[in-house]
Design a protein around this ligand. Sequence first.
Ligand SMILES: NC(=O)C1=CN([C@@H]2O[C@H](COP(=O)(O)OP(=O)(O)OC[C@H]3O[C@@H](n4cnc5c(N)ncnc54)[C@H](OP(=O)(O)O)[C@@H]3O)[C@@H](O)[C@H]2O)[C@@H](O)CC1
Ligand SMILES: Nc1ncnc2c1ncn2[C@@H]1O[C@H](COP(=O)(O)OP(=O)(O)O)[C@@H](O)[C@H]1O
Length: 481
Amino acid sequence: MLYIYKGEEIKKIDRQAESLGMDSFTLMEAAGSGLFRQLTDDFETSKQCFLILAGKGNNGGDGIVLARYLKTAGASCTLCFPAGLPKTEPARRHLDYYEALGYSYETEPFNLTATVMIDALLGAGTSLPLSTEMKNLCVWLNSQKAERVSIDVPTGASTDTGNCDSSVIHAHKTYIVHGYKPSRFLYPAASCYGEPSLIEIGLPQTARWTISTVSATSPSVQFKGSNAHKGTFGHGLLIAGTKSMPGSAALAALGCVSSGAGKLTVQTAEEAVSVIASHVPEAMYDFHTGVEDAHSFSAIAAGCGRPADDAMEDIVQQLLQQEKPVILDAGALAPRSYKAAKCSVIVTPHPGEFARMTGKQTKDIQLNRIQEASQYAVEQGVTVVLKGEYTVIAFSDGSGVVNTTGNEGLSKGGSGDTLTGILLALLMRHSSLEEAVKDAVYLHGLCADIWKRNRPAQALRPFNLHDWIPAAISEQKERGD
Ligand SMILES: NC(=O)C1=CN([C@@H]2O[C@H](COP(=O)(O)OP(=O)(O)OC[C@H]3O[C@@H](n4cnc5c(N)ncnc54)[C@H](OP(=O)(O)O)[C@@H]3O)[C@@H](O)[C@H]2O)[C@@H](O)CC1
Ligand SMILES: Nc1ncnc2c1ncn2[C@@H]1O[C@H](COP(=O)(O)OP(=O)(O)O)[C@@H](O)[C@H]1O
């Protein structure tokens, strides 16, 4: 399991560790030795010339310990403090020890050369904008012909949001201490991390946000039932498609019947049936509007290929009064309250739809996707699937996951409809809503990843996505996480 921590949470963890007897000096030692091990895995240290640029905080302290390990191992390494000597107590003590061993440091970097430059200037304690001195250092570092390795967070990137200073370090690699920071998954900061590696420092993992995985024993990939019949795996209702957008309903229905739905009824426009039925003969059709309170469906999805109009709003209000879980997508998404809903609600907006739901700007949402989705989920008591690269899944208890499967092959109209269908099928037979949602997003992305292993991403059609569901399920069943 991989974990995500905000900057404040890291500070709290350090304080808690200290109060339990694990002091920051020891944690810094653990970080530095972990960084050294990762560096020796990634580089033949005897053939490299290292320059470590250390800041005044604990990020710089990690750099001091790393410098000591490199020097002790006989590597060519220069430690430099271009912005002043360390101010924090553990970093100062590590510098004292470093000097006691007879090692020296520089304070003026601009004439120094190296093949690998380590950015230990700023980490989880960054506040933007950068000072002019820090900006100049970053500009210089980015211009050097050397491998750039950042410690924890590339200097100039925010820890908790996608914000970056214009002179942010573009790292080739980032060695992330203890757990991921949100900016690793938020653009533009995410693009500055290069290849990330995690450095364990021996502290227990306590984050409520994790990276999504699918368990090999999850009902999403296991399909068992003694004496099973079609009723065992649930009956889904998909309210989707219009005369002008029958394809959305077809894509969602395909995703659903390919993911283990026992039965599927599609509530749609009569004119859409021939298109949907030609692709999904398994489905049944219904031309009513919404559902009675006492219906027999196991779960309901609404909105694919439907406009966000008054008719859709009436249907959504009906759905919120019945008790089976409801997925709201596309035309079923609107600015409204879910606080009086009698059922579990999952909203699956892309960033534009989430902006419409919240009245916020899309660009502000994108910079702060984890926080924005989480806040909405907690306030409204719903599950939010905020789609896009690194889809964010936020639960109403404040926990959540970030999904790392999927690729640009999915960036096409219709990919999201398939996800809604997969989600409906999994929700129908899962006892855990949380597991159903995160598994559906994971498997949907994995379909695109399997495709991309041997085929060009641009040639992936949303219509073909469902063909890869069997491979995604089998792969995850064998591998599990
Ligand atoms: N449990 C863990 O994960 C552990 C994590 N550890 C490590 O600790 C790191 C966090 O250390 P941290 O809290 O000392 O903050 P850090 O990033 O060094 O920055 C503070 C310094 O930066 C300065 N500064 C800030 N913004 C600036 C700006 N815009 N422009 C210029 N300067 C700016 C600020 O200056 P000030 O505002 O005080 O004047 C202060 O001097 C973390 O990333 C990880 O590497 C390990 O040691 C082991 C345990
Ligand atoms: N670059 C990408 N990386 C990973 N997933 C992506 C990427 N681009 C799009 N996706 C996924 O594709 C789907 C697109 O959904 P959506 O925008 O609702 O499309 P539509 O409404 O046309 O079906 C979402 O699940 C989204 O997370």
